[in-house]
Design a protein around this ligand. Sequence first.
Ligand SMILES: [Fe+2]
Length: 330
Amino acid sequence: MNLTPCKPPDICQILDAMPDAVAVIDTDFNVRQVNAAFTVLSGIEKHEATGKKCYDVFPGHVCNTPECPLTRIKNGEGPVRYEGDKHYARRRSSPGIITASPYFNEDGVLGGIIEVVSDAGPLYESRERFRKAMGGVIQAMSLTIEKRDTYTACHQRRVTKLCRAIAREFGFSWEQTQGLRMAAAIHDLGKILVPAAILNKSGDLSEHELAIIRAHPQAAYDILKDIDFPWPLAQAIYQHHERMNGSGYPRGLQGDAILFEARIIAVADVFDAITCFRSYRPAVGFDAAMEELMKNRGVLYDADVVDACDRVIRSGTVNFGIPEKNGRKA
Ligand SMILES: [Fe+2]
């Protein structure tokens, strides 16, 4: 067979054929080359980008920091991959996955990096779908509890509201807040295994009945422990009856050994349990509930969390949907 050798495409043609935006940057941060996809993504023509400094053409949050991929590669690292937004002179790109790979000159000296920006849109969409599905599962669990035990369902909703407000006091990120909210929303999931007669009993509980109620964090943990949540959901729920001085259950954990999320749920849980009317005792006012928390501040409950709860309650910003005994609504 007689094959005519074809002329290999030049480097520009190869780069232009790539669907991802590509920029070639030398070790002095000069943009040496960009491809057609780069122009589509950034709105910057090739001649406008080449010869300019990369941090002027597409500044990003890692520019001029030790995290800059070119700096990292100059310091001896291999290819660097990270997620982030690239900011272009004319438009802000969608989130991208950026891979920076070193290239070497003929003499083996580092020539610079080749940055490839892949569109992370589909990845973000699938993450978003996953998050929504996760929220749906949590809600389904919460509704399952509601069908059986309305008090617990309402209690979990109020605790979730209070937890979210406390999280705000600590400057939790959106991601952390989501994890805490989901844990709070089903923190008493394990009570589905406690007979209703025991849950609603108005008289004193026997040792045996108390043991059954006290098994609810373990029961929830057993249900959730194998689900790979992006948050420490099962652990936070497992530990919500632990107390700072080790007097809690099921494991008698102390202080920092208790997850911070669990310490927040514990305070919100106690606050709501005290302020709520139950068949076997009347509701208590917010002030009395805060008094109880303050009395055991740093002993049973995390001192900072109690303080944050106090600020939240004083601000009156959380709507629990129940009238407050002292005339205040919260
Ligand atoms: Fe509980």
